[in-house]
Design a protein around this ligand. Sequence first.
Ligand SMILES: O=C(O)CCC(=O)C(=O)O
Ligand SMILES: [Fe+2]
Length: 307
Amino acid sequence: MATKCSIPVIDLQDLDSPNQLSKLISACEEWGCFRLLNHHEVLPSTLMSEMKAVVRSLFDLPVEIKRQNTDVITGSGYMAPSAKNPLYEALGLYDMSSPQDVDSFCSQLDASPHQRETIMRYAGAVHDLFMGIVGKLAEGLGAKSENIGFENWPCQFRINKYHFTPESVGSPGVQIHTDSGFLTILQDDEGVGGLEVMNSSGEFIAVDPWPGTLLVNLGDMATVWSNGRFCNVKHRVQCKEAKIRVSIASFLLGPREAVEPLPELVDDKHPRVYVATTYEEYRKLRFSTKLQAGEALALLYTSSSDK
Ligand SMILES: O=C(O)CCC(=O)C(=O)O
Ligand SMILES: [Fe+2]
């Protein structure tokens, strides 16, 4: 049973104030997630609703069409409901910051001009939002963001549909995991809950729907980059009610080259915790070890790290 208590709330428009910026950093350290409000200058709520309507219509396509959405990297394309995960279905693409990738995703699904245009606009807006948030994370940690090159990091995109039924109430829609990348922007369902995040005491906290806002999660790469300061939030989706649930997840994965702890965060008091890795190597490590809830990070400890 998830405990009732709220996750931190961050106001994007107020992030120029030192108070809100330190609230952002605390949210990342203590929770590894937060609700984001007032992002409408970058990602308006009209675009969010239009995109949700497009996403619902993509899931209504015949299965032969959905199967054309093939993987670019493992798990990036269509995932039909399976024996292991009978309630869950997903479509996606590897890099929404690449217009060619977005274009081929749309072509695979025979998208109409309206669908294509909405997906393109959404991809652009989410990318801009990522850049705004990571810039603030770097600033809040005292890092020089201009040297980091976030704008070239690939952004995976996945839309999720949960076929919840009366029989499935109480069973998992998605098992406990952390996101392997750096940052996730989740447009959750407007009315159907089920997402739960783990707090620092190891309790699951229900993330109730809050239409017109977004949920931001930090993943394993953010923990490496922050030298262990940022929490990679563990989360899962549980079936709470017999209704279809639809969410849109965008993942800023990490640099194409090596990711390693920010030099600004390593000193005598804070020895370096992780060796350098690339996101691709780390993703393979998670797959091969089947460690999906952040445990694979322990395989990146430096020899001197006793964490
Ligand atoms: O559907 C959700 O609310 C969460 C999905 C999720 O955790 C993921 O796609 O990694
Ligand atoms: Fe996730």
